[in-house]
Design a protein. Structure first.
Length: 462
């Protein structure tokens, strides 16, 4: 029987479980990678999930368990006997175990902590004492530290003895007698150095470190800036307390990007995945912004009511309202998207707002002129064959063209400046979502449109 990774193997795995063919099942599953095993387990029933986990040998079960989502992890820990649950928790990497425990209610977290050995419980409690979203919650205490007076041979012997317990061996850390970090050295430099030479002979004292109290975004920024796969973490006294690896930072970056996208789409950020979010919670988070945006759009009716007499005299003006407000909203959403992402990537700072203002003002005028020219041309071509716009079509075309220039320019300025204003006030720039910008420009766009119409069409249609 052949087994391939993916959904096509599900029937065969279920058949082996049902037939109690433990030997074949073990031979198959223990050749898989943890991430693939986690994907398989997600598609199985609860009974089958437990069966698969029990089939996996040694550390593979814990590594597979780390890849499961929180709800699956919690359910399996409740299902498994205490000794098996303890084995999974004990085998997890400290940072992944912290990520699980911090999401659980205190009572459940304390119950699971009690299953750990005294040593691992101490590690878990230490990490959980750090503030949520701090570097301390992300780090792992499993690393290799050496002394600067050590010979290269001593270092290699130490790595062979203790390396299996380290999160990564890509980088070794040099500490003094007080455990203060003095340098980091890539393993390739150790391997290429003569055995009789000393660590201090290859040190350059150029290293980057995170503080255990820094926020997660600081880690994302430093990993991106220095292109690292792992960074050391020090406490307030400069003592080495842990390391953070790039896989954890990628998870943080993905989570933050997801939250920003959700906010930009006009809803509160979800605390869990879409599937795991309770239905009523999902509705509540969507309803709050929808109500705010709906109340904002009510001002559109107010604006049109203010110009009711002008619309009554020149009904043709109403034909272009959707065109006008959509162009302003689209331009504002474009600008907001560009600026929010640039701020998130650190490409621009608050002090750059004047530079952005000048660029967006020029962009808005040019883009508005392009759309205005297209709008005027459309009215001119239509009037050559139909009488929809009457004899005053050139003035109507001019009204639409000038309005588009003004509205698109206003949209780009609003969309680009709102993120700066929100960040200056201490809010998340992503809150200036596309729907929010569009609502703002809808209302103000109508005012600009009808004001231009009153000026251009006075004495003719108005």
């Amino acid at each position: 029987m052949r087994f391939a990774l993916g959904r096509l193997v599900l029937p065969e795995i279920r058949e082996l479980i049902a037939s109690q063919d433990h030997q074949t099942l073990s031979e198959v599953l223990n050749r898989w990678l943890p991430a693939d095993l986690a994907s398989l387990i997600t598609d199985l029933s609860e009974h089958e999930q437990v069966h698969v986990l029990r089939t996996l040998k040694g550390q593979l079960a814990a590594e597979t368990f780390e890849y499961l989502d929180l709800s699956s992890q919690e359910r399996l820990l409740d299902t498994l006997p205490k000794d098996e649950a303890a084995g999974l928790l004990e085998g997890m990497a400290p940072d992944d175990r912290t990520a699980l425990l911090e999401e659980l209610p205190d009572e459940e977290s304390n119950r699971l902590l009690a299953l750990l050995s005294p040593e691992e419980r101490g590690v878990a409690e230490t990490l959980l004492r750090y503030d949520e979203r701090s570097i301390g919650r992300l780090m792992t205490p499993d690393f290799i530290a050496v002394g600067k007076q050590w010979t290269i041979k001593h270092v290699l012997d130490h790595v062979r003895t203790h390396g299996k317990d380290s999160e990564t061996l890509n980088v070794l850390y040099v500490v003094d007698d007080d455990r203060k970090l003095v340098d980091d050295i890539r393993i390739r430099e150790i391997l290429l150095a003569p055995l009789h030479s000393y660590v201090q002979d290859i040190m350059n004292h150029r290293f980057v470190a995170l503080n255990d109290t820094d926020d997660e975004q600081t880690a994302v920024a430093l990993f991106r800036k220095y292109d690292r796969t792992v960074l050391p973490v020090v406490d307030a006294e400069g003592r080495l307390v842990g390391i953070v690896t790039v896989d954890d930072v990628l998870d943080v970056a993905a989570e933050e990007a997801t939250r920003d996208i959700q906010k930009f789409g006009g809803l509160e950020a979800l605390d869990e995945s879409y599937v795991a979010t309770p239905f009523l919670s999902l509705v509540r988070k969507r309803a709050s912004w929808l109500v705010i945006l709906f109340l904002g759009e009510l001002f559109t009716a107010t604006a049109m009511g203010h110009f009711e007499s002008e619309i009554a005299k020149a009904v043709v003006l109403a034909l272009f309202v959707p065109l006008i407000i959509s162009s302003g909203g689209n331009s504002g959403s474009q600008a907001a998207t560009l600026i929010i992402r640039a701020i998130a990537l650190g490409e621009i700072q608050l002090s750059d707002w004047t530079k952005v203002l000048r660029r967006e003002l020029a962009s808005g005028l040019i883009l508005g002129a392009v759309l205005g020219a297209i709008g005027f041309l459309r009215i001119a071509l239509w009037s050559a064959f139909f009488t929809t716009y009457g004899s005053h079509w050139p003035l109507i075309g001019l009204t639409v063209a000038l309005s588009l220039i003004g509205i698109v320019t206003w949209g780009t300025l609003s969309g680009s400046m709102l993120p700066f204003a929100l960040k200056r006030l201490g809010f998340d720039p992503a809150t200036s979502s596309a729907p929010f910008v569009a609502t703002l420009v809808d209302v103000t766009g109508l005012i600009i449109y009808f004001t231009v119409a009153v000026i251009v069409l006075r004495g003719t249609l108005l």
